[in-house]
Design a protein around this ligand. Structure first.
Ligand code: R5P
Length: 317
């Protein structure tokens, strides 16, 4: 690999950055520390002149601190005469408030993108961004990769028969359709979810479209936060007569009480990725299987550097 690539990582997911570096045979630099008062302090320990700098930083855990780390790393790189800065944000937080769907709400993801741009990044890489319209908030190249690259091979190995792929809400239908086609499922189901806006993270699975009776069902979603969406959907699907319920979710945040809910739910197996650092208690959970996306990110970085296409083979059609 060209020595003109520099990999930097913040503190949110150092393992993923290390795994990407290993594949690319490149050192990863971790320039983030803290001042005594908690302020983020960044010092990049090497010459970056004319380097293409890739900053790998998911914005979870410690959502706001992770974003600050990302912005300060971008700013430090910008002031060090680099040739290009790519913000590699496998899990891109604040992406769920992506439109003004009621009065007096922010468009949070637009603001985060503006901050990344203002700090000096000229390119963004994400994985399974919550909604693809958000790519329009940035006026430079933004490659949104798909976790299916790592997850589909694992799911194919399960050889699930009589498969129905389900979306736990209307926003996830196109993802469910893609998994259904790729896994040659018999059909799809869509759960009708209502979220109570007055109580954070509380949602209810009210009904569903599609027949799941006697079927093996795979629920597809982008984020597990409190796991309310997922476990409500799983329990409803089982009540509607499914033979088994599994789930595949890209970003595993597992905020309390997610693990407890999953443990007590109808879900037999849950497949996630490592876009977010996998905690010990998640690793130890016997229902949860993890597919790494380090090869996907490494390949994307390699292709960006060499000017090859990202869509061919890395992005689903
Ligand atoms: C919502 O639109 C997302 O796709 C996820 O379904 C949601 O954010 C998951 O949150 P929770 O696990 O707290 O229900």
């Amino acid at each position: 690999m060209s020595n003109k690539i520099t990999l930097l990582s913040g503190t949110s997911n150092p393992k993923l950055a290390k795994d990407v570096g290993k594949i690319l045979k490149l050192d990863v630099f971790y320039p983030v520390a803290n001042f005594a008062d908690g302020e983020t302090r960044v010092v990049i320990p090497k010459n970056l002149r004319r380097s293409s700098v890739f900053i790998i930083q998911s914005t979870f855990p410690r959502v706001n601190d992770s974003i600050m780390e990302l912005l300060l790393m971008i700013d430090a790189a910008k002031r060090a005469s680099v040739s290009e800065i790519t913000a590699v944000v496998p899990y891109f937080g604040y992406s769920r408030q992506d439109r003004k769907d009621r009065p007096r709400v922010p468009i949070s993801s637009s603001l985060i993108v503006q901050m990344i741009k203002h700090a000096g990044a000229s390119r963004i890489i994400t994985v399974d961004i919550h909604s693809e319209q958000q790519l329009g908030f940035f006026d430079g190249p933004w490659d949104n990769l798909y976790a299916s690259f790592g997850l589909v091979p694992v799911l194919k190995k399960k050889k699930l028969k009589n498969l129905i792929v389900a979306s736990p809400d209307k926003g996830g239908v196109s993802k469910a359709v893609y998994y259904a086609k790729t896994l040659k499922a018999e059909g799809i189901a869509i759960v009708y979810k209502e979220r109570d806006v007055s109580t954070m993270n509380k949602s209810e699975a009210l009904d569903m479209i599609g027949n799941v009776e006697g079927k093996n069902v795979l629920i597809v979603d982008d984020i597990i936060d409190s796991a309310g969406t997922l476990t409500n959907a799983a329990n409803l699907i089982l009540k509607k007569g499914a033979k088994s319920v599994r789930a595949v979710v890209t970003h595993g945040l597992f905020s309390h009480p997610a693990l407890e809910r999953i443990e007590n739910s109808a879900i037999e197996e849950l497949f996630i990725t490592d876009t977010v650092l996998v905690r010990e208690d998640v690793l130890k959970n016997s229902k949860i299987k993890i597919a790494t996306l380090a090869p996907l990110l490494a390949e994307a970085i390699k292709r960006i550097q060499s000017g090859e296409s990202i869509s061919e083979g890395l992005i689903l059609s």
